[in-house]
Design a protein around this ligand. Structure first.
Ligand SMILES: Cc1cc2nc3c(=O)[nH]c(=O)nc-3n(C[C@H](O)[C@H](O)[C@H](O)COP(=O)(O)OP(=O)(O)OC[C@H]3O[C@@H](n4cnc5c(N)ncnc54)[C@H](O)[C@@H]3O)c2cc1C
Length: 609
């Protein structure tokens, strides 16, 4: 079923390759012939080819038709209307509140005209329709959803003005636009699906019905345009060290920003750390977090201001650079986690945090419940740990197996990877209190990194858990999923999920931002039967988390994969508010259509609502 032949040439040099490649192993060949084992339900398939580095993740980088209603007032109006409606339970009235605009679905003729118009001013090197590039952008190695859809072209804008011109042209011909940064999102966020007349999706569905599976390499291009920011809009605009902030373009990766701060000798860092290589535009898109979130928060807490190109082509700034502001609601947050469906971010002002000395320790526990309880107690006792990461025994085993020669390995038991940071005196106090709390939860072997290099290696091994998991079960693919619950429910959630995984006989390492009550299961499968079990496990995990007053996704976002769970979590009124905001801001539905926002019952798939 999972044929693999040949090698996929990367369309352009990948910015992720260097960042992600596990340093302790030799690189593995990238997979060429990628097969989609898919079924129509968005959660029913998994298409990840195994490999340590994403194949051909292309690096790379906005104005408008005047809108009568000013955009800010539109948003506020939509919000107020929606809130009031929700409060009154008048959802039906709300659903009719959007603007009435004539629907126009994209056509091949319109797509060709749009591309010709863009070609007239965008340089050849910034417009790519080669198959490798389309596949690299339409197909996500880690997203557990299919069928996948290819875009029709990939554009590499160089400025906000470029994006504006592209948006205006796309709006003229109703062409879908998919903003793209590093492509590490996990729920099908950037796949080119979700609009009417999509030849790529139609083709995939037909092949699926006929053959029972779809080969990515056989998919035909669609009518969407991908806007890739990694290549040309990857500049740090300014670093304001006295103000503890930096202004960056969307294609700057968080690790590149931190490397630049280090190189310039500025003792500050940007704390949000999802996949190595992930970029600010994409991190805003998913509302990302990571290992540091327990102390520093998520993207929602670390963005001061955004420059956004709206579907109308209008350019707005959400705030000024001041650390706090009481001028109205924080509209930056409207775009954080919006997955590119409400606007295209072309610049962001980010908060920076002081870089403090740190050290890393690992403690083992007899059961995952004990490890989870220790994490909960550490937070409840107010110990200001920088990171509290939980790995189950399987994940520790997988991590050990990837450790290079001479590198440290750990007892194959559920473990907490802890990062302390602060002054020496603060750390000494935190370490003593942490030891007591872990011991009171049956923790043992409180082992410290012997030096900075070892600390870095230990943390890197945590960051590349996905690749370690893939190496752990030869020939397997991985369905990565995340959920999050209130901290008091965390031990119960993780214990039940682990038991569920074991009872299905699935190898599914667990890795968790335990201090936030957030964990990932990396569910491995090799056969269609195992895929069915994995799908069930994901479904159970999400329902379990939602029952516990938690969420279907703590940080990965909705994309297409978690759309079926949004309404159960937010309620019909809130979902209707989301639709109303979308309708108000993007009446033609050209911005990343088909993602995040559940379709209305009985709604036909079409460009506009
Ligand atoms: C190994 C691994 C580990 C991971 N660990 C974590 C983790 O710890 N925490 C976490 O939160 N996530 C994690 N992720 C998921 C992923 O890294 C995050 O979702 C990340 O935020 C995606 O960034 P990206 O640059 O790859 O975005 P992309 O995948 O390119 O895009 C993500 C979304 O943002 C939108 N978007 C992109 N650019 C813009 C823009 N300029 N304007 C508006 N919208 C835009 C896209 O349309 C898409 O909807 C992990 C993934 C992997 C593979």
């Amino acid at each position: 079923m999972l044929a693999r032949t040949g090698i996929v040439p990367a369309a352009r040099a990948s910015p992720l390759a260097a960042a992600i490649a596990p340093p302790l192993r030799s690189p593995t060949i990238l997979i060429a012939r990628r097969t989609l084992a898919t079924r129509p339900h968005p959660l029913a398939s998994r298409v990840t080819p195994k490999g340590p580095v994403p194949a051909g993740k292309t690096p790379s980088h906005l104005r408008a038709r005047p809108q009568r209603l000013s955009v800010l007032s539109a948003i506020l109006l939509a919000s107020l209307t929606g809130s009031l409606t929700y409060a009154l339970g008048r959802q039906e009235a709300s659903s009719k509140a959007g603007p009435t605009k004539e629907y126009k679905d994209p056509t091949l003729d319109g797509f060709t005209k749009a591309l010709d118009e863009i070609r007239a001013w965008l340089s050849d090197e910034d417009l790519d329709t080669s198959r490798d590039t389309l596949v690299a952008h339409g197909y996500n190695e880690w997203a557990a959803h299919g069928p996948t859809g290819l875009p029709g072209a990939v554009l590499y804008p160089r400025s906000t003005e470029d994006v504006v011109k592209i948006v205006q042209t796309a709006a003229k011909y109703s062409i879908p636009l998919i903003p793209y940064c590093a492509g590490t999102s996990l729920e099908g966020h950037t796949t080119a699906l979700g609009y009417a007349n999509n030849p790529s999706e139609k083709d995939a569905q037909e092949k699926l019905a006929r053959d029972g599976h779809v080969e990515v390499d056989d998919l035909v291009p669609g009518l969407a345009l991908v806007l890739d920011f990694a290549q040309n809009m990857n500049n740090i605009v300014s670093i304001n060290s006295h103000d503890l902030d930096a202004v960056v373009q969307p294609g700057v990766s968080y690790d590149a920003l931190n490397a630049e701060l280090k190189e310039r000798g500025i003792p500050l860092f940007f704390p949000v750390d999802p996949a190595p290589g992930a970029q600010i535009g994409g991190m805003i898109g998913t509302g990302a977090s990571g290992t540091n979130a327990v102390r520093y928060g998520t993207m929602r807490d670390n963005v001061l201001n955004l420059t956004v190109v709206l579907a109308s082509g209008e350019v707005i700034k959400t705030r000024q650079r001041a650390k706090k502001s009481s001028v109205g609601p924080d509209l930056s947050r409207l775009f954080i986690g919006a997955e590119g469906t409400l606007g295209i971010v072309t610049e962001a002002t980010l908060k920076l945090a002081p870089l403090l000395p740190s050290t890393v320790a690992v403690s083992s526990f007899p059961t995952i419940a004990a490890a989870a309880a220790a994490a909960r107690d550490l937070v409840q006792h107010g110990i200001s740990l920088a990171c509290i990461e939980l790995l189950d025994d399987v994940m520790v085993d997988a991590t050990n197996q990837q450790a290079g020669k001479g590198a440290r390995t750990w007892p194959v038991k559920p473990s907490l990877f802890l990062k302390f940071s602060g002054t020496k005196e603060q750390m000494a106090i935190d370490i003593e209190r942490t030891k007591k709390i872990t011991q009171s939860n049956e923790g043992s072997g409180f082992a410290f990194a012997r030096n900075d290099k070892e600390a870095e290696e230990i943390w890197h091994s945590r960051k590349i858990a996905l690749w370690s998991a893939l190496e752990y079960l030869k020939g397997a693919k991985c369905w990565v999923t995340d959920v999050c619950v209130p901290l008091s429910r965390f031990p119960e959630l993780i214990t039940e999920t682990k038991a569920d995984i074991d009872s299905e006989g699935i190898v599914g390492p667990i890795v968790s931002h335990a201090g936030d009550g957030n964990f990932h299961a990396l569910l491995l499968f090799r056969t269609p039967d195992e895929l069915v079990k994995v799908e069930r496990l994901v479904h159970n995990m999400v329902e379990r988390a939602q029952r516990m007053d938690g969420t279907a996704t703590g940080e990965h976002g909705v994309g297409i994969g978690k759309k079926p769970y949004v309404e159960a979590e937010l309620g019909a009124g809130t979902v209707q508010l989301l639709r109303d905001i979308k309708r108000q801001m993007d009446p033609q539905n050209i911005l990343n259509p088909g993602k995040l926002i559940p379709d209305e019952k009985g709604e036909e798939k079409r460009m506009a609502h």
